[in-house]
Design a binder for this molecule. Structure first.
Ligand SMILES: Nc1ncnc2c1ncn2[C@@H]1O[C@H](COP(=O)(O)OP(=O)(O)OP(=O)(O)O)[C@@H](O)[C@H]1O
Length: 201
C-alpha cells in the first residue's frame, strides 16, 4: 500500500508524543475512552490547534503548504460542524452534478437550497461530510461521523466513506462504535495507558 499520511513525533499536549501512518485507501480507527484525546489528535493533524512534529501527505511536508490547502487536502470533519453562510449550498465546492450525487447519497437531495438554520443535528453531520467530499480531500479525519444518526443514515455515511476509500482516500476514524470500527477499519490504534498503540482486530 502507498503511504499517504505520515505523522512522526507529533506533540500536542496533553497527548503523548504520537506517530502513525495511513496508506492510500486505508481506514485506520482511533479508539479510546471519552476524553482520551481522539478529537485533539485529529485536530492537531489538520493543524487546527497548535502542535509540533513532522506531518506529511504523500511525501510533502505540511510545513511546505499553506494552511488552507493542507486543510482541504487533509479534511477534518467534526461531529458537531460549524456553518458560517446562510444556505447549505454556500458551503459547497466543485461541480454541481457531483454535489447532487453526494446529497442524494446521504438522503438529502434537496438540501443544497436549505437555510443552515433549519438543519437538524443529523442533517448537519451528513452535510459536513458532503461538504468535505466536495473538496476532494486526500485524507479524511472523521470525528464520530455517525454520532447523531439513525441506522439508515449511518449506512449511507459508511457507504460514502467506503467509496472514498475505493477512490484512494485515506481515512482516520475516531469512533466509539465497535461495530463501525469492525465494518470500516483495517487497523485500530487505541489510546491506552497514556500511549497510542496498535491493537489486534
Ligand atoms: N482546548 C483544550 N484545552 C485543554 N484541554 C482540552 C482542550 N480540548 C480538549 N481538552 C481535554 O483533552 C482531553 C482529550 O479531549 P478529546 O476531545 O480529544 O477527547 P476524545 O477522546 O475525543 O473524547 P470523546 O470520545 O468524549 O469525544 C480531554 O480531557 C479534554 O477535556
Amino acid at each position: 500500500m502507498t503511504l499517504l499520511l505520515a505523522v512522526e513525533g507529533l506533540r500536542r499536549p496533553p497527548l503523548p508524543v504520537l506517530s502513525l501512518a495511513v496508506a492510500a485507501g486505508e481506514c485506520v480507527a482511533v479508539t479510546g475512552p471519552s476524553g482520551a484525546g481522539k478529537s485533539l489528535l485529529l485536530r492537531a493533524i489538520a493543524d487546527l490547534d497548535p502542535n509540533d512534529g513532522r506531518v506529511s501527505l504523500a511525501g510533502t511536508d505540511r510545513a511546505a503548504l499553506p494552511a488552507p490547502e493542507w486543510r482541504q487536502r487533509v479534511a477534518y470533519v467534526a461531529a458537531e460542524s460549524g456553518w458560517w453562510a446562510p444556505t447549505v449550498a454556500d458551503h459547497m465546492a466543485g461541480p454541481p452534478d457531483r454535489l447532487a450525487t453526494l446529497l442524494a447519497a446521504v438522503g438529502l437531495p434537496e438540501a443544497g437550497g436549505w437555510p443552515v438554520a433549519r438543519l437538524s443535528s443529523g442533517e448537519r453531520q451528513r452535510l459536513a461530510l458532503v461538504r468535505a467530499l466536495t473538496r476532494r480531500p486526500e485524507v479524511l479525519l472523521l470525528d464520530e461521523p455517525t454520532a447523531n444518526l439513525d441506522a439508515a443514515a449511518t449506512e449511507s455515511v459508511e457507504a460514502l466513506v467506503r467509496q472514498a476509500l475505493a477512490e484512494g482516500c485515506g481515512v482516520l476514524l475516531a469512533s466509539h462504535d465497535r461495530n463501525q470500527v469492525r465494518r470500516l477499519a483495517g487497523r485500530e490504534l487505541a489510546f491506552r495507558d497514556g500511549a497510542l498503540t496498535e491493537v489486534r482486530p
